[in-house]
Design a binder for this molecule. Structure first.
Ligand code: MD3
Ligand code: FE
Length: 200
């Protein structure tokens, strides 16, 4: 499998075929049943447009106290196990021998966006982040490690896998928009992104 490179981010396009996407989606549905999606609130009290939940020993949360990883869902339940098929992807592309502690699940409806940010809540930036896209296409933007620098954009499609490692691990990145109706994978449309992370 060959990857394209966008500002140091490796994108494996079509790594998961339709059957693999469906099987992974079934596992993600089980995660969402056990640990429902919620809408995080930023430290400034603004609701995010993306809804989220997590699987694994750690889950990412944000509320008026700020961003952090927690051992439990805001509803008090344990996070469910990381989908086995997401772990398989991590083991195939991450290049490290540790397993991830968190699988963050982001759900985008047609109005959801994610502003440019860095992922800095993890302890060891030598550990990569692996992203798996399911459902509608999304316009992904990635720059460098400095805010305000030049950026490049690429459409992420269902079944694409991105590996954020090396200098790109601290790149600014975000999702500008989702293209409604571009995939039939999700019954009611929308996009799911899974990010696998080593946290501690
Ligand atoms: C580049 N998610 O959850 S995935 C996030 O599609 C996040 O939901 C986006 O940014 C999404 O934090 C983008 C691709 C991605 C994920 C993590 C990165 C790109 C990254 C970390 C460092 C650099
Ligand atoms: Fe991010």
């Amino acid at each position: 499998m060959t990857a394209i490179e966008v500002n140091g981010v490796q994108v494996y396009s079509g790594l998961l075929d339709l059957e693999a996407q469906r099987a992974l989606l079934d596992e993600v549905r089980a995660v969402v049943r056990a640990a429902p999606l919620f809408r995080p609130v930023t430290a400034r009290g603004k609701e995010m447009s993306v809804r989220m939940t997590s699987a694994g020993q750690r889950g990412w949360v944000s509320d008026r106290r700020g961003y952090r990883y927690e051992a439990r869902h805001p509803g008090g339940m344990d996070w469910p196990p990381i989908p086995s098929r997401a772990l398989d992807v991590w083991r195939g592309v991450s290049g490290v021998d540790r397993d991830p502690q968190c699988c963050l699940v982001n759900f985008y409806d047609e109005a959801a966006r994610m502003g440019l940010h860095q992922d800095r809540d993890e302890a060891d930036f030598a550990m990569p982040v692996v992203s798996i896209s399911l459902g509608d296409d999304a316009l992904f933007r990635v720059g460098g490690a400095e805010r305000g620098g030049p950026t490049k954009s690429v459409w992420l499609r269902s079944g694409d896998v991105a590996v954020l490692a090396g200098p790109a691990r601290l790149a600014y990145h975000g999702i500008d928009r989702v293209r409604p109706g571009s995939s039939a994978l999700l019954t009611k449309g929308g996009r799911i992104n899974l990010t696998l992370r080593v946290v501690d």
